[in-house]
Design a protein around this ligand. Structure first.
Ligand code: PHE
Length: 341
């Protein structure tokens, strides 16, 4: 079924096609678009004649309009593509060999990852194997199996990110201890670097996500002296031979005894400065002898084996090593900052 409007639409598309074939710049193409589809163009003008079409032909005429519009859009797009391609080809032949070269900027590791890699390399040389665990953990691995009492403040919703299904973003790398020990019998000697999360308000020294490296050594005759030896060696490798360490009594649910480990201040060599708050010491790690309850929880016999564990913050070490005074620099990805490493 044909009527005068449908004929006119077909003619319009045919005219547009011819003109677009001849068009050799985008202005000519735009001209065609305005004449056909513009507010005062041919297609809107024709649609005003719709009211004269007998009702039984309305549907077919409407479809012809849609078809004509689609065809016009396609013709216009194809014409623009053709002109773009021609312009690119023309530009390619105008190669100016006298232009100065462009230097490629080479990417490199983020300072945090450099420090993480260095920590891992040091512990590998000391005989540790790298272990891994997920960032989304169970309450069991992150708290229960680590002997954390039900009312311990770290379990609080204000301190820890929980998912609706009850799992959580791990608040420490210590759950990797549980994963490794439940998967294999002693001896164990691993380090587990990774990302950790706490609901802290961000400031110069706090970030809601940060990194730790966990260490765990279980065997039949492990002592606190072994722990001190390994951490002292780490301190020397990371910050130089003049750094000393000390241990202060502390509390962690999963170690007994527990200690906090300080390194002598690398900024002032222990004399006292702003960074060490005039104490001469910097707090670097939490550590201790693995609590017998933890060993029991993973099916080890505390009469047969013992061991130490430690955990330290990668950001802290990176900030000391590179003299960075605000943790937020490590997460803003400002190229001016990152380029310095
Ligand atoms: N997981 C503790 C923390 O995040 C650190 C730690 C690790 C302490 C291992 C003792 C043993 O604070």
């Amino acid at each position: 079924m044909s009527n005068p409007i449908i004929e006119k639409l077909r003619a319009a598309v045919a005219t547009a096609a011819t003109r677009l074939q001849e068009a050799d710049n985008s202005a000519a193409i735009e001209e065609v678009r305005i004449e056909m589809l513009g507010r005062k163009g041919l297609i809107p003008a024709l649609s005003k004649e719709m009211k004269d079409v007998p009702p039984e032909q309305r549907k077919a005429t409407g479809m012809a309009f849609n078809e004509a519009k689609d065809q016009l859009e396609q013709l216009l797009a194809a014409a623009l593509d053709r002109i773009d391609a021609a312009a690119t080809a023309a530009a390619a032949t105008e190669l100016d060999l006298t232009l100065p070269g462009r230097r490629w900027s080479v990417g490199r590791k983020h300072p945090l990852m450099q420090v993480m890699d260095d920590c891992v390399a040091i512990f590998r040389r000391l005989g540790f194997i790298v272990a891994d665990g997920p960032e989304i953990e169970t309450v069991f691995n992150n708290f229960d199996a680590l002997n954390t009492p039900d009312d311990h403040p770290s379990r609080d919703r204000g301190d820890t990110f929980y998912f609706a299904d009850g799992r959580l973003l791990r608040t420490q790398t210590s759950p990797v201890q549980i994963r490794v020990m439940t998967a294999q019998p002693p001896p164990v000697r691993i380090v587990a670097p990774g990302r950790t999360f706490r609901r802290d308000t961000p400031d110069a020294t706090h970030s809601m996500n940060f990194h730790q490296i966990e260490g765990l050594y279980i065997d039949d005759q492990v002592s606190l002296g072994d722990l001190k030896c390994v951490l002292l060696k780490f301190a020397h490798e990371m910050f130089g031979p003049d750094v000393g360490i000390r241990m202060r009594p502390h509390f962690f649910p999963f170690t007994e005894p527990s200690v906090e480990v300080d390194f002598s201040c690398i900024m002032c060599q222990g004399k006292g400065c702003r960074v060490c708050k005039n104490s001469g010491w910097l707090e670097i790690a939490g550590a201790g002898m693995v609590d017998p309850n933890v060993l029991t929880n993973v099916g080890y016999d505390p009469e047969q084996c013992s061991g130490y564990a430690f955990g330290m913050g990668i950001e802290r070490i990176a900030m000391l090593r590179y003299r960075i005074n605000d943790i937020r620099f490590l997460y803003e990805n400002d190229v001016r900052f990152l380029q310095q490493f």
